[in-house]
Design a protein around this ligand. Structure first.
Ligand code: SF4
Length: 474
């Protein structure tokens, strides 16, 4: 059996979003996988029994806002309560700090093998690479993460990391790495992964998990999983390290109960996930199992910068994935096109904020602003508004191409002069009717990607205002 490696850790490559999206649109495998992907339907079915869904969403948004407004208070409370129960809490200002802290813990405890449960913050910091560079073997134990690790890739979805892979792809990977006869039946493949992972669960020195939430009141770490690997990762090795972002803290267990009602339904349509694990301290005297040491590494890495700004609402995110499942752009190009850890609408907001607007130029524009994401987000993050604000920031900082900036300035100039605007749009509508359409002179808009693969249709010859007025008269 070959050892999984983390060759797939990625640099900040969002600058090439358009090329990546283009590649994925022309990739038959990705297109087939995206056609078969329907977590949106699962969410719809999962919400059917929630009569007061809007009220619960409003409560959940208020809970997350309260957490963010009192972040310093809740984090300190978490540290105090967790420490009182035997947990070592570490603060990491940057990704590098987080990696260094975890590598140091591993070295101090002579760790040779690390097993991991899914953690998006560790994807942000390329933690696997840091541990491997320090000489440790790292094995992902979430099935999807294990598959992408074997493939030397990165997750393409925050809750379904290998959604871009077919069962034939997985069969090939397992055959190559496990040296077993090739199979493609999902149940048989799962059993095979289970058998190979079991050996790692039994021999690992350290288990690393993410953390869905931190509970300030009790100093607890909450994990929401479907495969049980989270529980194995937190209880089998002698050391458990959790890595999570500063924004993941909630005040109380009551807050958690409200959020949990929405999280799994929004993610997979399940009323509750298979495993909700609440870790409160390491193994205590008299406990049958559990780690000897428990560490929680709380990472900032750009999050605190958003507090008190017009981007703070993005920190409400509970990582359910619903926004990407419902996004027409994500549904066509998949997650890798976004180039960094978080794909879809929330990725288009978080990535520019975390790694820099200039490194993610296209992401805030990778949306139709149809508001499907805003409608399904369980914590009511106004994603289209945030993307629009990021577009404005790009414009203000001169980060868009000059032609686009000039066109927007011209449009803004005309839009502030209603009579002029009406005249210009009337002329454009009339010219469009006579010269536009597939067989006429104007069938493309210069510099506009939409008309590269399709003809610009001829308008009716009337402006929106004229059509609206005639409709109102009727
Ligand atoms: S932005 Fe909302 S819908 Fe998207 S992952 Fe976060 S919580 Fe879920």
């Amino acid at each position: 059996m070959s050892t999984p490696s983390s060759a797939g850790t990625r640099p900040h490559s969002t600058i090439s979003f358009k090329d990546r999206a283009h590649d994925r649109l022309n990739d038959a495998k990705v297109q087939r996988a995206m056609r078969n992907f329907n977590l949106a339907g699962a969410r719809t079915r999962g919400m059917l029994d929630m009569e007061n869904l809007e009220d619960i969403r409003t409560s959940a948004a208020a809970i997350r806002d309260r957490s963010l407004e009192m972040l310093d208070v809740w984090l300190e409370r978490f540290e105090k309560e967790a420490t009182r129960r035997g947990v070592t809490v570490h603060w990491a200002e940057t990704h590098e700090d987080a990696n260094r802290i975890i590598v140091d813990i591993a070295r101090a405890n002579d760790v040779k093998k690390v097993i991991k449960s899914k953690s998006m913050v560790s994807e942000e910091s390329h933690l696997n690479g840091a541990l491997e560079s320090a000489g440790m073997k790292v094995v992902e134990t979430d099935l999807g993460e294990y598959i992408v690790q074997l493939a030397g890739e990165t997750p393409s979805h925050i809750i379904a990391p290998a959604i871009h892979k077919s069962r034939e792809d997985v069969g090939d990977l397992f055959h190559e790495h496990h040296k077993t006869p090739r199979k493609t039946d999902p149940a048989e493949l799962t059993m095979e992964a289970r058998k190979f992972l079991r050996e790692h669960f039994l021999s690992a020195d350290m288990g690393i998990t993410g953390g869905n939430f931190l509970i300030a009141d009790t100093g607890s770490l909450v994990l929401v999983t479907n495969e049980g690997n989270g529980r194995m990762t937190t209880t089998m090795p002698r050391i458990h390290v959790a890595i999570t972002g500063i924004e993941k803290v909630l005040g109380t267990m009551e807050d958690l109960s409200c959020i949990l009602r929405l999280l799994t339904r929004s993610a997979t349509g399940q009323p509750i996930s298979n495993y909700i694990t609440i870790n409160t301290g390491p193994k205590a005297e008299g406990d049958a199992d559990g780690p000897e040491q428990m560490h929680v590494v709380i990472v900032d890495a750009g999050r605190a910068r958003l507090l008190g700004t017009d981007m703070q609402e993005a920190l409400r995110c509970i990582r359910c994935g619903a926004c990407m499942n419902h996004c027409p752009v994500y549904q066509n190009i998949g997650g890798h096109a976004y180039g960094w850890v978080y794909p879809g609408p929330i990725g288009s907001v978080l990535t520019p904020n975390y790694i820099g607007l200039e490194k993610a130029l296209d992401l805030p524009n990778a949306a139709t602003l149809c508001n499907q994401c805003g409608v399904v987000c369980p914590v009511k993050i106004p994603l289209p508004d945030l993307m629009r604000k990021l577009r404005e920031k790009q414009l203000d900082r001169g980060l868009r191409p000059w032609k686009e900036r000039a066109a927007i300035r011209m449009w803004a100039w005309a839009a502030q002069r209603p009579a002029m605007y009406a005249l210009l749009t009337r002329i454009a509508a009339r010219v469009g009717r006579t010269a536009g359409g597939a067989d006429r002179t104007i069938h493309k808009l210069p510099g506009n990607g939409w008309t590269e693969g399709r003809d610009l249709p001829a308008p009716s010859g009337k402006t929106f205002r004229e059509l609206y007025a005639s409709r109102t008269r009727k």
